[in-house]
Design a protein around this ligand. Structure first.
Ligand SMILES: C[S@@+](CC[C@H](N)C(=O)[O-])C[C@H]1O[C@@H](n2cnc3c(N)ncnc32)[C@H](O)[C@@H]1O
Length: 356
């Protein structure tokens, strides 16, 4: 037998393949109520299988797989929840991510069509997928897994925050970010701007959440040249301006026009490695996005800053994407220049320097 000489290690590929079973294991554990059972008390495989109505011997292997995924801990024969499972996988937790995980599986179905779409191209992207109240609620609850904490901490610590009065949440959908910011500043009022069908549903959601007195909605497609309002001292755009990648100035100039001088624009968008080949989650999101017929789901810090500078913004504050607790999301604030004290900043930018 001619045994091949090998220079690398197949275990790299082996690990990737076996990690592919993880979503199945996690979804089944959630369906069975395994995380709720262990939230009550640590259990061995015998008690756990009796609680779940499952076969002990298989349950043991199942629980061990969850230990290897670091969702459970094992002490002797006893399984307990790891903190990450306690916070995100137990239904009673305020940061429960069940709906996000269900959406992950739902959108992931496009991965079954990779060969066909690679060859024939994606279908036309359907914007109606955003006009779904359950998906909007899931999106709002999803932010509780770190994004809303990151964004709220970032914006409330900006020096302008205590004086803000009038914000717009562009592509705001569920409106959770606006609601969280309004909670922290009693004089702030909000406008959720989204596609007409989504804005109608957002109105219902805001009413349901008891925030209708301080939050308005505007139904508009920002691709057309409609006004997005005026007099905002904060415009927040989260996961919405990807579509303008490569020609961001158009949308940013319109945002700038709707703001007061000195007003703050805050962007919250996914950001990948410079060569767009990492992290793995980022490359997979990008692949899924393009398979679904949407242009991209990432913006780079450089592109964003350059486009902002060309659109009348400057004086950046940045929270690096690596620090994101839920996603690799870059949070960046830029001020609308135009006040007398902004002259120096504008001058430096014209000279080609960024003024972070
Ligand atoms: C991925 S969701 C983000 C929702 C929310 N901002 C967040 O970060 O959780 C994108 C939102 O942008 C809205 N959107 C996309 N294109 C739009 C357009 N051309 N005009 C207005 N809203 C748009 C969608 O309807 C959707 O609600």
């Amino acid at each position: 037998m001619n045994i091949p000489q090998i220079k690398s290690n197949f275990r790299t590929i082996d690990s990737i393949l076996y990690a592919g079973y993880a979503p199945n294991v996690i979804s089944t554990a959630m369906e069975l109520g395994l995380f709720e059972a262990l939230a009550k008390e640590p259990m061995n495989a015998n008690t756990l299988s009796a609680k779940l109505g499952t076969i002990e011997n298989v349950t043991e292997a199942f629980a061990n797989a969850l230990v290897s995924l670091k969702l459970l801990e094992k002490n002797g024969d006893y399984y307990s929840l790891a903190q990450v499972a306690e916070e995100f996988l137990v239904k009673a937790s305020p940061a429960y991510q069940g709906a996000t995980i269900a959406l992950f599986s739902h959108y992931g179905q496009v991965m079954n069509q990779i060969p066909e779409i690679l060859k024939n191209g994606p279908p036309k992207f359907d914007t109606d997928m955003w006009a779904n109240i359950e998906a909007m609620k899931a999106g709002g609850q999803g932010t509780m897994g770190g994004s809303i904490q990151d964004v709220t901490e970032f914006i409330t610590t900006l020096p302008e925050f205590p004086n803000l009065k009038n914000m717009c949440d562009l592509g705001g959908s569920h409106g959770f970010y606006t609601m969280a910011l309004l909670d922290k500043n009693p004089q702030l009022r909000g406008t959720i701007l989204d596609l007409p069908k989504v804005a109608e549903l957002a109105k219902e959601l805001i009413l349901e959440m008891g925030c209708a007195e301080r939050i308005d909605t505007i139904g508009a497609d920002i691709k057309t040249d409609v006004s997005i309002g005026e007099g905002y001292d904060l415009v927040f755009a989260s996961h919405v301006i990807y579509e303008w990648k490569g020609h961001l100035e158009g949308i940013l100039k319109r945002i700038n026009k709707a703001m007061v001088p000195g007003g703050v624009f805050v962007s919250n968008h996914l950001s990948m490695d410079d060569d767009e080949c990492g992290p793995v989650s980022g490359t997979m999101v990008e692949l899924m996005t393009r398979l679904m017929g949407y242009p991209t789901h990432h913006l780079s810090e450089d592109e964003l800053k350059q486009a902002l500078e060309a659109s009348g913004f400057g004086d950046f504050t940045v929270r690096p994407a690596e620090e994101g607790r839920q996603y690799r999301s870059l949070i960046l604030a830029a001020r609308k220049l135009g006040r007398p004290e902004d002259r120096d900043i504008a001058q430096k930018q014209k000279g080609g320097k960024s003024n972070e």
